[in-house]
Design a protein. Sequence first.
Length: 298
Amino acid sequence: MKKIPVVDTIKAAYGFVFAHLGAIIGLIWIPMVAVTVLGFFVEQRYYAAAADALASNNFTRFGPSAVSLLCFFVGAILLYAVMYVPVTQLALGQRKDGALAHFALGPAEWRMFRALAGLVAFLFLPALVAAYLSNLVRTMMAPGLASGQTPSLLATGGTQVLLLLSYFAVVYIGLRFVFLLPAVAAQEQGPVLPRAWILSGGNFWRILVIVLATLGPVALFALGIQVALHGWGALLPPVPTSSAMAAAQLHQAALRMPIAKGIDFLVAPLVLGLSAGSSAFAICAIQEDGAKRSTLPL
């Protein structure tokens, strides 16, 4: 498979965002408002229920809020598909301009929704394995730390290696599928996930560099605002040693949520524009489609 041009793709992604930021905002603001508002209320309820369950050691009332969070997650995937498709179409030149408001559920949006939902389901197992190994490491280290003993290198080292390999597997599979997914869903009619995997073959490290160069600065900007407002504890809270401490951390997270949701809403046009722009340019470069590639500003 042809290699993705790293520098040209990064330049194209930033050029697309700077040239079409207003159009991107017009195309995504309705579903983005829906995601932000629904997410705020659903997650507030979830955090409150989880904190109450931990504080009272009674998890019988935790179920409805967990189900609500799951339903919101599925709805958020659909709304992000509604946002990504028109922005990617704009990057590909299929759409000539933006709109004051836009909301559509056409074949391309449903293709992307099915692909995203399938990918989440597919990645659930390796993510679950990584979480299990992480908890296993903590469990193995806890007795030794409590008694002042140094944990066995053999006991923890091998598990840590397995944990890192699990995380790398999630990142590798996720990037191979996700990077080209918006462009494939907007441009082609067939199954999205197999096509995205095939086209990204031999380009993992290039994709990783592109993602870090485009979305990395946006993520650092968002994290910087969080740290400036709430301190490092918002990003790296201490490991809870009791249910009361865990409940208190959930309560603090709920209090920080309005700011977090506001930051997500603020950076959404940049995140969607950079990822859709890089995906569109990359697929055109792979397919050696000079006419479509020329629609993206460098």
